[in-house]
Structures are given as C-alpha cells and as structure tokens.
Design a protein around this ligand. Structure first.
Ligand code: UT7
Length: 352
C-alpha cells in the first residue's frame, strides 16, 4: 500500500498585461459589435501584450506573485512546469523562468496541452513530488505556471476567433501539506479532432512546397495563426468538461470510504472559453452559477492555459470561492481535444 501523502497549493499569483482591448476597439478592426460579442461569448474586454512586453514577462510576473503569496524563498523550488502553447521556440519557457528567478539546477520543462496545459502541468508536478518523496525521501516544492500570449497567433482579420482571445498568466506553488490539497487528477486527449482547433508551426506557415528543399523559407513573413471551427469545438467542449468533472470525482470515490457527489463541490474553476459553455457545463452538473468562476471570460477573454490559475487570485472568485474544508474542481478543455480535471480540498497548510 502506497503511503498517503498530500500535496496542495500553498500560494498563487497572476500577471495580466495593462493594455485593455475592448469590444468597441475590435469593432474598428473587424465587422463585429459589442452586442454580438457579449451575447455569444460573455466577453466584455481582454488584456493584450504591449509592445516590448513578452510571454516570459507574464510567466515571471505570475511566478513571482505566487512565490510571494506562498511566503517562500525562490531557492526552495525544485521543479518548474510551464503550461504554454505560444512560446514556439527553445530553450523552453520554463528554463527561462528559472533563469529570471535566479535559480540553478532545478528541473524545468514546458507542457503543451492546449488550454488544458495548466491541468497537465499540475499533474506532472504532482507526480514528480510524490515519486521523489517516496523514492528519495525528498520534500520538493513545485512552481507551476499557465501562460499564453494568444495575441501572437491571432488573425486580426478573422472575426470568429480574434474577439475571443486574450493574454495572461497564472501560477501556483505546490508542496506537501497536512490537510486538504489535491485529491485526484485526470487527463485525456482526442488528437483525431486536431484539425478543429490548431495553429500551424512557424516553419510550416513559411513552407513553400514549390521551393528547392526542406529548408526553403521563400514565403517568410507568413505568420502562423490560430484556426478554429468554433461551432464543432463548442459541443465537444461542453460534453468533455462535464465528463472530466464527473470523472475526477469518480477517481476520488474509488478509494474513499465516504464518497462525495457533485452537490458537495463548493466551487468550480472551468476553463474560460465562452460564458455560454461555462453556463451549460454548470447546468449539466447541476451546480449553481454562483459557485462557478466566470469573471475571467468577462474581463480577460480566453487566456488559454492561464485561465484557471488567473481565477485562483481573481477577487471576484475569491469572494465566492469555497471555504476551508470544501471541495473545488478545476476543469479544462482545448486543442488536441486535450482535457483534464483536478479535485482539490481547500485549506492546504504547508507541512512544517
Ligand atoms: O479554448 C479552446 C476551446 N474553444 C472553445 O471552446 C470555443 C468554442 N466555440 C465558441 O465559443 C463559439 O462557437 C463561438 C463564440 C466561436 C462562435 O459562436 P456561435 O454562436 O457558435 O456562432 P457561429 O460560429 O455559429 O456564427 C453565427 C454567426 C455567423 O453568421 P451567419 O453565418 O449566421 O450569417 C458568423 O459569421 O455569427 C457570425 N459571426 C460574427 N458576427 C459578429 C462570427 N463571429 C462574429 C463576430 N461578430 N465576431
């Protein structure tokens, strides 16, 4: 029998660019209007990286805020996992966060799983903390960041996608706790639906098949963009997030003498892709909307892998979020139809 160890968040932080892009601003770029965007998506405005402000700036800003919130010294971090889809270069963003924090030697890697990247990154970090604790008797500390600069891959001529997206980052510090913490995690994917939501690589976008060889960049300047069949993605998003949320409760109940149900969930942090999707998921789960995070989609748009950890420190969620001892669920869905959910209990206290 494996020892019962608990790992949970001991600090959280976020970084949102100052630059605001309103629906009225977008109406000056494409054929759209504030009424359509609000009614179909719930989005009022989003934040966009300013010139000279980078994805790394956002990741480091969120990381620093989470470290301060955890009240730890950055040197205690043993593992950095960054969920990101828009870095598109190497070295990895996680290693650059490590360098910016002045850390040396700790493990650092990116996780690419669409908008579910944060959930996947938490799962990887959790598993690593668990294994190292048992195998090496080492009590580690993980820094997990979810960050995306979707404005870098937005086609500002495509009204069906450009109105949805925003930039941002969120982060948590995770370590062993005495009570609460993460109770179950699950992740899955359906890559066969990849063509419904994708972004080609910079190299592919510049690929000219009539050119002389595989490294021909004759069409340089063509940018890789996000493409989405919104209507098809919408249906799968609702179904998948409901399945993930119920599935993670089932995993917990499998080994638990006192099983819980959806009615026991105090608060849900769903990926913020569209207010209508969130409302449908809540309705199918029969969880009242006042126990569901929605402010992210209204104020920041779809920030991809950042949308859940931004919620952890959003005052609008904190006012309504569950209290110590309550159960919370994070549930995400995105490109590659990668999805996942985390069941947590509030009230983590670091193990001294
Ligand atoms: O984070 C990853 C996961 N992403 C998602 O889960 C997103 C899922 N999809 C969605 O959120 C929604 O499908 C959208 C918000 C993308 C679109 O909403 P919809 O209600 O599915 O609209 P639609 O695509 O069916 O388009 C309805 C109409 C069309 O016009 P016609 O053909 O009926 O004349 C579109 O051309 O709305 C038109 N339209 C717009 N009109 C004004 C599409 N975009 C816009 C726009 N402004 N920005």
């Amino acid at each position: 029998m494996l020892p019962e160890l608990k790992f949970g968040y001991v600090g959280a932080g976020a970084y949102l660019p100052d630059k605001v892009l309103t629906n009225d601003d977008l109406a000056t770029i494409v054929d759209t209007d504030d009424e359509w965007i609000r009614r179909r998506t719930g989005i009022r405005e989003r934040r966009i990286l300013a010139e000279g402000e980078s994805i790394l700036d956002m990741a480091v800003g969120a990381a620093r805020a989470a470290i301060a919130d955890a009240d730890i010294d950055a040197s205690e971090i043993t593992d950095i996992r960054v969920g990101v889809n828009t870095w598109a270069r190497f070295p990895s963003l996680a290693t650059q966060v490590q360098a910016a924090l002045g850390l040396e030697g700790c493990s650092a890697a990116d996780v690419s799983a669409g908008c579910a990247g944060f959930v996947y990154a938490v799962e990887e970090a959790y598993n690593k903390l668990y294994v190292e604790r048992i195998r090496d008797h080492r009590a580690g500390t993980a820094l997990i960041v979810g960050v995306d600069g979707l404005s870098h891959i937005t086609n500002w001529q495509d009204r069906s996608t450009c109105v949805l997206l925003g930039d941002g980052a969120g982060a948590v510090v995770m370590r062993e706790v005495d009570s609460g913490g993460i109770l179950a995690i699950r992740t899955s994917a359906e890559g066969r639906h990849g063509q419904l939501l994708y972004c080609e690589s910079a190299l592919e976008a510049q690929w000219d098949p009539s050119g002389p060889g595989p490294f021909n960049h004759a069409t340089q300047g063509v940018r890789p963009y996000l493409h989405m069949d919104g209507r098809k993605v919408y249906g799968v998003a609702v179904k998948t997030m409901v399945e993930e949320a119920c599935g993670v409760i089932d995993i917990f109940n499998r080994d638990n003498p006192s099983p819980i149900g959806v009615e026991d969930i105090g608060f849900v942090y769903p990926h913020q892709a569209n207010l209508r999707i969130i409302e449908k998921v809540a309705a199918r789960l029969e969880i009242p909307l006042d126990r569901v995070y929605t402010n992210g989609i209204e104020c920041f748009g779809n920030t991809s892998t950042a949308s859940i950890p931004i919620g952890y420190v959003d005052p609008a969620a904190r006012e309504r979020a569950a209290v110590a001892g309550d159960y919370e669920i994070d549930v995400a869905f995105g490109s590659g139809f990668a999805s996942g959910a985390i069941l947590r209990q509030v009230g983590s206290t670091p193990t001294s």
